[in-house]
Design a protein around this ligand. Structure first.
Ligand SMILES: Cc1ncc(COP(=O)(O)O)c(C=O)c1O
Length: 424
């Protein structure tokens, strides 16, 4: 208790979001990574010594190979340690913190997150997850009976469900398309969306990275096409944020949601909502807020009491992410995916549901002809202790395979061997 109180006072006096006692694991890691200098992304991708240092700060399961990092990410020790210290510090003076310090800390974390996202802090809200971020938009914009919204059968279920509810409640017409698993060009995808847009289309939902296959969609080109037709774009960046290196304005969506507990590796329950400045006025807060102007993004922040330590830990997660390097991270994650997919592409009975090259990064999906996805995932785990997740929806039938920064090529070799054994 004494330590917590001292630590809390230290935080309260600091005036900015700084880790409470000192970022110990982060400091050690930073010193270790100095040995690698400014390793460029292309060289870093296959530098096992560099990634071995990163692996040391992740909790790695002892009794199975975890290739299901698409659900959410474990926090690296560097963030987890800071998170626990924030929790202890706030707990040591809870109402004082909430009344005197929370608002400044929130503003500071928002600034850091906005810098990472490449957009102004007055266009973002820290939420609990993508479901909440995009739900705030789907339920917050005015919709009239007969208005149409376009989405894809490979979008995430929670978003599709929220649109279906708007269909029941407001008479919205949901138009669901199917996109090819192996597109020949960006235009093929853009045209698939463009074909269903009508004069009544108000909104279009697009996943930056499809969660069940890992396919990266040409969001900017889709947004350009939509804007030329007066349609607003909602970008689901749950999986792409802090996974592939991009800035939010690059995509030019009107609204964007991301889950920070996925690839930014924050504690569970941290998300981002970005709303373009000129669209803020048109979003009604779900919980009511009339004390700030209609075009002030803070009207969306009245969500009640929630764990402030999670918000603080976003700053620590950003520091870890920056230390690893956004471009190095993307290069490594794509390298790991291609390391195993290159070994199984063309092997009899094995098929991939994920496109090649820059159209995917860490996530890929694989199937074996004659085996259900459930059976494949089960065999991989029961016989080979490789954990993946079966996907059997719409046009996608296979198991999703998601390595992480802590995954080794030796683990992927074991997985490839298992896959080939099952296919033989
Ligand atoms: C594409 C996509 N969107 C949204 C979500 C929902 O994320 P959350 O549960 O963090 O709201 C997920 C979760 O996996 C996802 O993959």
């Amino acid at each position: 208790m004494q330590t917590s109180r001292r630590a809390f006072l230290h935080t309260a006096a600091a005036g900015a979001v700084v880790p409470v006692i000192g970022p110990r694991v982060l400091d050690v890691l930073e010193r270790r990574l100095e040995a690698f200098g400014g390793l460029p992304p292309a060289a870093a991708a296959a530098d096992e010594a560099f990634w071995n240092e990163i692996r040391k700060v992740f909790p790695v399961p002892a009794d199975y190979i975890n290739l299901e990092n698409g659900y959410s990410s474990p926090q690296p020790a560097a963030t987890f340690e800071a998170f626990q210290r924030h929790q202890a510090a706030i707990n040591g003076g809870l109402s004082f913190y909430m009344r005197r310090k929370k608002a400044d800390d929130l503003a500071s974390v928002k600034k850091q997150l906005a810098d990472l996202a490449g957009c102004p802090a007055d266009e973002i809200v820290i939420t609990r997850n993508t479901t909440e971020s995009l739900g705030t938009v789907i339920h917050g914009v005015d919709l009239a009976p007969g208005d149409e919204a376009v989405m894809c059968d490979q979008d995430y279920g929670s978003m599709l469900e929220q649109f279906r509810q708007q269909s029941r409640r407001r008479g919205l017409k949901c138009v669901e398309i199917t996109i090819p698993l192996h597109p020949k060009s960006d235009e093929e995808i853009v045209d698939t969306y463009a074909r269903v847009i009508t004069a009544r289309t108000k909104l279009l939902l697009v996943s930056h990275m499809v969660n069940i296959t890992g396919q990266i969609l040409p969001v900017r080109k889709i947004a350009d096409m939509c804007h030329a037709r007066g349609v607003s774009v909602i970008v689901d960046a749950a999986h792409s944020f802090a996974h592939v290196a991009f800035k939010v304005p690059d995509l030019d969506g009107d609204y964007l949601g991301a889950s920070l507990h996925k690839w930014l590796c924050t504690p569970l329950g941290a998300g981002l909502l970005h709303v373009k400045k000129d669209k803020i006025r048109g979003v009604w807060p779900l919980f009511g807020e009339t004390s700030v102007p209609d075009d002030d993004i803070r009207k969306l922040e009245r969500i009640g009491t929630h764990p402030s330590w999670t918000v603080l830990a976003i700053a620590d997660a950003i520091r870890f992410h920056t230390m690893v390097g956004a471009e190095r991270k993307e290069a490594r994650l794509r390298y790991l995916q291609q390391y195993w997919t290159d070994q199984v592409r063309g092997v009899p009975r094995i098929y991939l549901n994920t496109p090649e090259g820059q159209r995917a990064c860490a996530i890929a999906n694989v199937g074996i002809t004659g085996m259900t996805p459930t059976a494949l995932a089960k065999e991989l785990f029961d016989r080979f202790k490789v954990y993946t997740v079966a996907i059997d929806t719409g046009p996608v039938h296979g198991t999703r395979v998601t390595p992480h920064l802590y995954t080794t090529t030796a683990e992927l070799d074991a997985f490839v061997k298992a896959l080939k054994t099952l296919a033989a």
